[in-house]
Design a protein around this ligand. Sequence first.
Ligand SMILES: C[S@@+](CC[C@H](N)C(=O)[O-])C[C@H]1O[C@@H](n2cnc3c(N)ncnc32)[C@H](O)[C@@H]1O
Length: 289
Amino acid sequence: MIVKEEQSSKKLDLKSKVAAYWDEEPCDTRYASNPDRLLYFKELEEGRYISLPNIWGFARFDTARGLKVLEIGVGAGVDFCNWVRNGAIATGVDFTTQAIELTREYLELDGHPETSYRLLTADAEQLPFEDESFDVVYSYGVLHHTPDTPKAFQEARRVLRKGGHFKCMIYHSPSWVAINLWVYHALFKLRPWKSLKQVVFNHLESPGTKVYSVPEARQLMRQAGWKDCRVKLYLHDGDLLNIKLGPKYQNNFIVKTAQKLYPRWLIRALDKCKSGFGVVMHIDSVKEQ
Ligand SMILES: C[S@@+](CC[C@H](N)C(=O)[O-])C[C@H]1O[C@@H](n2cnc3c(N)ncnc32)[C@H](O)[C@@H]1O
């Protein structure tokens, strides 16, 4: 009993740290700087789809007209805006009010009345919706951040109707992102026994981030009740060290030098040979009838 209480208070503690992290700098917002707010969001949107072009084929915003879509973890709202633009009956949730406010601001600037969508703060582990309420449940780069990822997968399935589509991106490992973090935080610090997962947990974005191998992701899906799923891996700019450094690394000589010398051509060439070391893992499945 006491052990269970301790575990749940640790989870709560971690969850508030995750929320504090994303409240301070909502996802990707460092990639835009235009003082005009609409142009700021457009800059964010352009950067996102240049960096993650595979989102289009995965999300299929263009097929969403009239469908009830739930996006879990809207962040700065770029994908959510595309659900709304394409005529989905869209509901978006995020842990942080900051993300919800940003998303609402973008939608307003993009010309969508508040009556054309629903946005609310909610926890992916406890979604405030009835069973089988949505035709599509979509979540991009979110569920690996929440402390109880298996519970969040179960919730996503619970609120999806039979025959509905679940589309989700979580981080993959072994990937170049995880290996690079390991070289810096384990090898250079003379702690090579640390695993990729440990290093990611402590150093990739919000505290407690997880990464999954393809078999682990399939297991996560099975545990949540799916019989089958499709899994695809992609390189991210992070795998290519092609990212704008955050405050933690901005003035770091080693990281800046590594960015200059990084053999991107080799990483790209290996990826063409289907090495499967990209950090982006797309998972999709249809809920059985
Ligand atoms: C990396 S950002 C991704 C945002 C957006 N999907 C995107 O791709 O830009 C992660 C987002 O997940 C949200 N998040 C993390 N844990 C959550 C939870 N348990 N429930 C709802 N949102 C959560 C964070 O607040 C943050 O906005």
